[in-house]
Design a protein. Sequence first.
Length: 310
Amino acid sequence: MLPRSCSSPASTTMQIPESSYRQLYDFTPHFAEIGHHQMHYIDEGSGAPVVMLHGNPSWSFMYRDLVRTIKPRHRVIAPDHIGCGLSDKPSDERYIYNLNQRIEDLEELLEKLELRRNITLVVHDWGGLIGAGYAVRHPEKISRLVILNSAAFNVPNGKEIHWALRFCSRSPFACLMMERMNAFSVGATLLGVRKRRMNPKIRKAYLAPYRNAECRRAVVRFVQDIPFDENHITNRTIQEISDSLYLLNKKPMLICWGERDFVFDLDFLREWQRRFPRANIKRFPEAGHYVLEDESEAVCSLIDNFLRRH
């Protein structure tokens, strides 16, 4: 079965060529109908479930090495959010591109898969808010959390959202560049890694699902969903999550952090530490936003050992 691409009626029907990613991402594709859209997800291995949530502008491809590392002992679920990866990419008329909808999508997927207990969440970037949103609504279902460069709260006190995100969110020119030139996704493959340049094959795979303007809608909408004022609808969702994080205080937590991430920088790490002082923290001084690319072997090993211990 070929993966679905921009396949809703209001979008292009172009398929993603498997040659652009299949050699590195050799997992059986699975699809679930979520809100009348097809959500793609990885479902590998057996045992206690580990759910891996990507951010923007990545997709479940980011977790490929971690999936292989832990699937001998765990059932690994790694979805592509609607509009991302190999999932459907609906128009704005057919889908609400905001954080609350993302959390509801995750609720629906895990209920369809009958995952209702002992769930470990692995989160990165927007996956942090989506995963935390699910976790604080269902703390009894969560056993452990693994945090990669991300947030589950508003920008730490005294800090502003990075100017580049503000520009991308508010500038019509930036939106045009993201839609027509894939600037945000391309930029992430260049700036998201810091130890070395991303391998061209890996870079090609990251970009494969976002081949034209219609396929990049979710990339732009994620950026536009960043709340820059308190009246933004997503600001309220984030505040609800932030106020409820105490419900997760007793959950074992591992934080793996790339210190050269210029968006989720050390201020965000310190906020995680403040809220979860018992978390096990591993810092990677030379790694960037895509810590799983810069430090794949080390991070996969740390997560594997963390799951064995807890």
